[in-house]
Design a protein around this ligand. Structure first.
Ligand code: ADP
Length: 163
């Protein structure tokens, strides 16, 4: 049985992340989405808020877990007995960074494989940072985000603008 760990910033989760998790549930016995506590330097949402958003937008499935972690992904893999790390590959530009990270992780722990899954083409250019920029400037994002996430981003940006 392979339990896979899907680590990332998820600030915020997008439809691309959801697409990847749905695909992973078809491949693996168990999927754990893990919000990295130290990845994004100035996140829009706290780690707890990102976990809550993921719980709202991801499929209800007993084989799907949502958690958070800090420190190295390979260290976290050992604590949860994960056999693989899942990452998304959107474009060629993702490849170089992901390849570097996968081989570095393998160097630190030879037992952990990184598995790449490509999202549906319609999400292959969606990123959390681009989404935030579009919302900030009042553009449309509903094709790329679950509605609840869009509402929360707008609310958070209004809160911040009022500070
Ligand atoms: P990180 O800071 O770890 O890159 P992200 O939340 O941006 O965190 O991404 C987490 C993982 O999800 C990465 O493997 C990334 O390639 C993947 N990912 C991000 N956006 C998409 C998308 N639109 N489709 C598929 N995978 C994606």
């Amino acid at each position: 049985m392979v339990r896979v760990l899907y680590p990332g910033s998820f600030d915020p989760p997008t439809s691309g992340h959801v697409d990847l998790v749905e695909r992973a549930l078809n491949l693996f016995e168990e999927v754990t989405v893990a919000v990295a506590a130290n990845a994004a330097k100035q996140p829009l949402f706290s780690v707890e808020e990102r976990c809550d958003l993921l719980a709202e937008v991801l499929p209800r499935d007993p084989r799907l877990k949502i958690t958070s972690f800090s420190g190295l992904v390979v260290d976290y893999c050992r604590t949860g007995d994960f056999g693989a790390i899942l990452r998304g590959l959107r474009t060629v530009s993702d490849f170089e960074y992901e390849y570097q990270m996968a081989l570095t992780n393998r160097h630190m722990d030879d037992r952990v494989e990184t598995v790449f899954v490509m999202p549906s083409a319609r999400y292959s250019y969606v990123s959390s940072s681009l989404i935030k920029d579009i919302v900030r400037h009042g553009g449309p994002v509903s094709d790329f985000l679950p509605e609840i996430v869009e509402q929360r981003i707008r609310a958070r940006m209004e809160e911040r603008a009022g500070d």
